[in-house]
Design a protein around this ligand. Structure first.
Ligand code: GDP
Length: 365
């Protein structure tokens, strides 16, 4: 299928023109949030395929909504966008708070847009936002240059839901962004736990940002996270920190040698750079492009995407089963009693769970 961006009729209507599009397709849009519901699936899809970022943003809001009607609409929009998706390079970027993710993403983003053209979307998975109800990652204000760049779209992490739910929404947002012609997608995540696994499961290249200078670089980082990395980059390699960074890089290289060879056949690289001073950014991108060529050549690129699609099918099943169960009114009414019985030692957790599940599946019959 031809992407509308390649169609003469649509030329000049995309975000590439640098001009915010007039509000589009449906006059209801201008009348505030209420009217948004009245947009049809096709309104959204057409807007997205034309590269209209306002419409894209509104469709993402639908994806993030907990309202069942919005969710239904979102699913239909996603399904129609699916044939136009997939044609991007998806890059996961992870690092602990303070590692320099936002500074680096700004530099990486501007560099790649200058180098290759196209459009960049910056999305995020932020498990902490569930507690704070405010997402920090992907915040526009953290990325000064990209936030005013006409070819970028920045979207903070959805701020509600379980990690699984938040990750699914980010994955669905990737599909919408790709359908809107974004050919480079960054998925930012905090390097503190399970969010890396979720991020890794939706990207083609997983970049781990590390810092030097603590003397025990390798101790604070979990082996599993290092094994996920396709590239490790040591940030803040500037001023007095150059030597410690180079030392850290050597330590990481040595440690990587001890791991089994990755399925991709690609040996992860370790590079030093400075996001703040814009040093070594080109080399980081050279590495990413080299990786993409390599895995497209040996078939791993497609294989990884297929495996990810399979993984997400199971994740969706799990999520829907869980939601169906916990949102069921009968179950919701029974849960406090079951909890009490377990706390009082009247029932084992296993038996209590079994009763509840039997009740739930009995209700479905
Ligand atoms: P994030 O929490 O991972 O997004 O980190 P930030 O991008 O907000 O950076 C945290 C702090 O490190 C800020 O004060 C940045 O100015 C600083 N920083 C980021 N990159 C560099 C760098 O390359 N060199 C130096 N010296 N400082 C940096």
């Amino acid at each position: 299928m031809q992407h509308p961006e390649n169609n003469e009729e649509y030329k000049g209507l995309t975000v590439n023109s640098g001009v915010e599009q007039p509000a589009i397709v449906n006059p209801y849009l201008q009348r505030g949030r209420f009217a948004r519901h009245r947009l049809t699936v096709d309104d959204y899809v057409q807007g997205i395929l034309k590269g209209n970022v306002t419409m894209l943003g509104q469709a993402v809001t639908l994806v993030e909504s907990t309202n069942p009607q919005h969710q239904q609409l979102a699913q239909e929009v996603i399904e129609k966008c699916l044939p136009y998706s997939g044609k991007s390079v998806r890059i996961g970027i992870s690092g602990v708070p303070g590692a320099g993710k936002s500074t680096s993403i700004d530099e990486f983003g501007v560099h790649v847009l200058e180098r290759t053209g196209g459009k960049l979307a910056v999305l995020a998975i932020d498990p902490s936002s569930e507690k704070t109800k405010g997402s920090i990652l992907g915040d526009k204000t953290r990325m000064e240059k990209l936030s005013v760049h006409p070819d970028s779209f920045i979207r903070p992490s959805p701020s509600a839901g379980s990690l699984g739910g938040v990750a699914r929404k980010t994955r669905e947002t990737i599909i919408l962004c790709e359908a809107a012609g974004f050919d480079k997608i960054f998925v930012e995540t905090v390097g503190v736990g399970q969010s890396e696994t979720a991020c890794h499961s939706m990207v083609d290249f997983f970049l781990l940002i590390q810092l030097a200078g603590t003397g025990d670089e390798l101790q604070g980082i979990k082996r599993g996270i290092m094994e996920m990395a396709d590239g490790i980059v040591i940030n803040k390699c500037d001023g007095d920190n150059v030597e410690p960074c180079q030392l850290a890089a050597r330590q990481f290289r040595n440690a990587l040698h001890l791991f089994p060879a990755p399925e991709s056949g690609w040996l992860p690289k370790v590079l030093c750079y400075s996001g703040f001073y814009g040093l070594g950014i080109k080399e980081v991108w050279d590495m990413i492009f080299e990786y993409v060529d390599f895995v497209k050549g040996n078939g791993y690129f497609e294989h990884r995407r297929a495996e990810q699609a399979k993984y997400w099918m199971y994740e969706s099943i799990n999520e829907q089963l869980r939601n169906g169960f916990y949102n069921n009114e009968t179950i919701a009414a029974l849960l406090p009693r079951a909890e009490r019985a377990v706390l009082d030692g009247q029932q084992t957790s296993f038996i209590a769970a079994k009763h509840l599940l039997d009740t739930y599946f009995g209700l479905l019959k």
